[in-house]
Design a binder for this molecule. Sequence first.
Ligand SMILES: [Zn+2]
Length: 500
Amino acid sequence: MGMLSDEEHASVVPARLAGSPTPVPTQVVSSDEFLPIPQTERQKKVEARMNALADDYGKANGLPRRRFFQTAAGMATAFVAMNEVYGPLYGASPAEAKSVDLAQARASALSDQFVMDVHTHFLRDDTRLEGFVRGREAVGKAGWNPTLVDKPQTIDDLKYPNWFKEIYLDSDTKVALISGSASEDPRDWFLTNEMKAEAREKVNKAAGSRRCLSHAIFTPGYDGWMDEVDKCIATLKPDSWKGYTVGDNTNKDLARHPWRMDDEKLVYPFYEKMLKAGQDIVCVHKGLYPPSTAQRWPHLTQYATVDDVGKAAKDWPQIRFVIYHSAFRWTGGAGANAKDGYAQFEQTGRVEWTSDLADIPAKYGISNVYADLGQIFAQTTVTEPRLCAALMGMLIKGMGVDHVVWGTDAVWTGAPQWQIEALRRLEIPEDMQKKFGFTPLGPADGPVKRAIFGENSAKMYKYEIKKAAWRDDRFAAIKSDYERAGREPSNLRYGFVTPT
Ligand SMILES: [Zn+2]
């Protein structure tokens, strides 16, 4: 199950076992969709600096390292360490990192920010996507931690209760959209469409306000897929639709129905149907397809690119197409990763296939294509912050600042707070701004970041930020109790890292 072969699974350890619980991961974490890469030399340096600084600053604040990392100052410390190694990309000062009070004051001032995460996941209770558990079993067999063999319950970290905690309590996320993924094997859908709608109802009932949205997955070419669409329209009323053009992303060996977004015969009737039902948002997973994956499933590669986006968007101006992961290709894989993405950017000024996506609005004269950040942000922040800055620059330049939307792919990478902090602090280096004509990202609560964090999606989903009750609903009360009681973010990443 999953994309990692048995040998690959045997070679990775769960992120929670590797290294220290730093507030920002110091290794790339995979989500069973790609093979993570070993910790780079520079990441090793970052981790060592984070630990050393945390020991120093922790002592000054009377806190052991683990506890210090859970504070806002611990978070700031992580970015100070990253700046030391990668250059000053993140707004974080030693003064802030040193003082728990100062850091907390900054975090509290920003905690009210409207963050709408349109890309989150958890797994159904009866999931057999045991990739994560099998990884842990492999770890047990490898002798790193024999007790893991008997503790498959760690898959619970990928289920609803922990998703709820990490999204609504451990992060500043105000509204989350539950996504999913389909498979030719019905048992391997992350969640059925009913489950996503039920979870949305459960959350919104508990909150007493609209805190949760949900996707329905559409699967062109699958048996009875249009009947499923009809059923979703009639009963589940998804907030938007999500599709995977490779057909089956989870079990690529089973993929028999890849499709193109511009397939007039197969897919256009679906667009017509959803529009008739008053729905106008189609989200499509693209990218995350490094050369190693292309080698294994070459016949699916063309579907992972954005070749089909322009025509579809041009033909359907009433539909907003949101391209997930911004079609970023360079996720971990044997011999390819964000480093290669950065090398490609250095050499050519372009990054597959994000640059292609960023070209589409001008090339086709359209404005109904959007970019979701997803893994693009998580992955490049950890390994190549300069690439992260470059990608943000090119997406904003090509798509428009009002066409880039916040998604984190949590909880594969743990509570999304570190990603939120990373964007709040990130700035595009001046040399890069000049060379490529990128505009600055500006302050944490400035117009660019506010647009990306929530305003763009709020507009798309007709979510009235001002009128919404998220400031004083039941979740707001729960969160403030939780914080008063001393929040304990796990700082765990629930994917795998490759041990070194
Ligand atoms: Zn995802």
